[in-house]
Design a protein around this ligand. Structure first.
Ligand SMILES: [Mn+2]
Length: 324
């Protein structure tokens, strides 16, 4: 069934000339890498391509092959023969009002989220795929387009990010084998790591030193948390995107089952990012405060002063942990 849908999508590409490729707001390595890989491949086939993302590129991705071509506005764009929406379980994830900005008769969705709502005219949704970029790779094989080193670098990056540098359970043999294909096509893992990981703004590390000072460990060592205040960000000249990945530090402590990061977003308003290592479903804790997410990664917003917010965040977790 998926192969059939891929064939239909290949036919749409063959018949069309002008394409839009969009992915989700707050883009990650998969959103950006899958968009750029598909764009570069379609251009090799002589197509005109616009790559759109609502948000600015996080620092990690600024040096990825062809990253500078991503546009943040679609104003004045003529109609597209098809619009590709990548790594999104629903159209809203691209940003509100996105679909009204686009003129096309054909929507294509390629994605690997379990919660996908199948909103497009043509969809390839495979929750067993390690990344959306992996699915784009399968499409490119069908299109018979040459995968050059730049395309390969972008596909490799999607797998690298979505498997947490091959740490997570989606780092399957297919994931390694596809990443191996990309290395065979000219990708240097060190060059990619150098571009995306050895590229941190100094302020981010200074911010991290403040944040680690706030470490709190509770429930006999099973819950760990850290706090980011607006003051800390101001002092280090950083923004909220600098805190990406900080929650992994408390999570990495021996014996910790669940970690969370509290980030001050406004007056008496805090965003909570929950992460769990194993069986504890943190989406349930986030749902207590009308948030959501996945079993091992979820988020929500809690209002109140920091003492209240932090005790509410912990209590919701404890309630979930007691039910396991
Ligand atoms: Mn993804």
């Amino acid at each position: 069934m998926m192969a059939e849908e891929f064939k239909k999508i290949a036919a749409i590409i063959g018949a069309g000339k002008r394409f839009l490729i969009a992915s989700h707001l707050n883009p990650d390595g998969d959103a950006i890498g899958s968009s750029l890989a598909l764009a570069l491949a379609l251009e090799k086939m002589g197509k005109d391509v616009v790559v759109y993302n609502r948000d600015a590129l996080p620092f990690q991705f600024a040096k990825m092959a062809s990253a500078e071509r991503i546009v943040r506005s679609l104003e004045g764009e003529p109609p597209f023969d098809a619009a590709f929406v990548l790594d999104c379980a629903e159209l809203e994830r691209v940003g509100s009002g996105f679909s009204e900005m686009v003129t096309t008769d054909t929507w294509v969705n390629i994605d690997h989220h379990l919660t996908n709502k199948t909103f497009a005219d043509y969809s390839v949704i495979d929750s067993s795929a390690c990344s959306t970029g992996y699915l784009v790779y399968q499409l490119l094989k069908l299109l018979d387009v040459e995968i050059d080193a730049d395309i390969a670098e972008n596909i490799y990056t999607t797998i690298l990010f979505d498997t947490g540098s091959f740490h997570y359970s989606n780092a399957t043999s297919e994931a390694f084998s596809a990443a191996g294909d990309m290395v065979a096509l000219g990708v240097s893992p060190w060059a990619v790591a150098n571009k995306v990981f050895e590229n941190q703004p100094q302020g981010r590390i200074q911010l991290l030193s403040h944040v680690l000072n706030t470490l709190k460990v509770e429930r006999g060592g099973e819950i760990a948390s850290v706090l980011v205040t607006q003051e800390m960000m101001k002092e280090t000249g950083t923004g909220p995107d600098a805190t990406d990945g900080f929650v992994n530090y408390p999570r990495s402590i021996e014996g910790v089952e669940v970690a969370f990061l509290i980030r001050e977003t406004g007056k008496d308003e805090y965003k909570i990012s929950y992460r769990s290592k194993g069986n504890i479903n943190v989406a349930k804790a986030a749902q207590t405060f009308a948030g959501g997410g996945h079993r091992n990664a979820a988020g929500c917003v809690i209002n109140g002063d920091i003492a209240l917010v932090s005790s509410k965040a912990v209590d919701a977790l404890k309630a979930v942990m007691e039910r396991v």
